[in-house]
Design a protein around this ligand. Structure first.
Ligand SMILES: [Zn+2]
Length: 239
């Protein structure tokens, strides 16, 4: 299968943003995207190294995402963006569990990661957030890296690799940044560690599935019992 080039991944991310009425710089509200696109998304605790999965109906009208809520918030957001690639741009989507990259990913998984990275951390946005002086001397400070992570709500690792891909930091700088103690560093700058901490393992459903059922209930097109059944299905059925 043909691999996605770096440029193509950037173009797809820009196209996705444009279609979702988002600018080329702003941090993306994935909650809004999932709701607007009608993607039924279930957050629930899963096995430790699983990130999530996505699937859709044969006619591609109904799309679903499952996210491991035990992983960090940064990782959950990256996985949602990764799944959006499978749902919208994967030429041959097959239901599969997505795991964190460790250098042994299939080409398709690497493509989904590249898209996710470009979607969550738009180059125009990052550059606008970096002080001119740092851009001029080609030395992005640790303070700036940590701030970018807070602004775009992504893991430290994801931000470091993104900055490297955009040639904003060198290989040596990348290695130095990957070596830091992330939570302690964030705290030393006065930031919350909620992006990096393990997730709370919550069960949550994002989607207008129940809202649509409520409209049918109010119009007396379905019974209260049927409505409750749908609610229970959403609450427990994913386990
Ligand atoms: Zn995947």
């Amino acid at each position: 299968m043909k691999r996605l080039t770096v440029e193509a991944a950037e173009r797809l991310a820009i196209k996705f943003r444009a279609e979702a009425q988002l600018s080329r710089t702003e941090p993306i509200s994935l909650y809004g995207v999932l709701l607007n696109k009608g993607i039924l998304t279930v957050f629930k605790p899963m096995s430790a190294n699983a990130c999530g999965l996505s699937t859709m109906s044969r006619d591609k009208k109904n799309k679903y995402i499952l996210i491991n809520s035990s992983r960090s918030l940064g990782r959950q957001r990256f996985t949602i963006a990764h799944e959006l690639y499978h749902l919208y741009y994967d030429e041959n989507p097959e239901p599969h569990m997505c795991f964190e990259g460790n250098g042994t990913k299939s080409a398709k998984e690497a493509d989904a990661d590249m898209f996710a990275s470009a979607l969550l951390m738009p180059s125009d946005g990052l550059i606008a957030c970096i002080p001119n002086e740092e851009l001029r001397v080609g030395q992005i400070s640790l303070a700036t890296v940590m701030r970018l992570e807070q602004v775009y709500c992504v893991s430290h690792q994801a931000m470091c690799y993104r900055l490297k891909r955009l040639k904003l930091i060198s290989e040596a700088q990348l290695q130095g940044l990957l070596d830091i103690s992330v939570a302690r560093t964030a705290q030393s700058f006065g930031y919350s560690t909620r992006i990096y901490d393990d997730g709370d393992g919550r069960k949550e459903v994002v989607g207008d599935f129940i809202a649509k059922a409520k409209v049918l209930l109010d119009a007396e097109k379905i019974s209260e019992g049927h409505y409750q059944e749908l609610n229970n299905l959403i609450a427990d059925g994913e386990g």
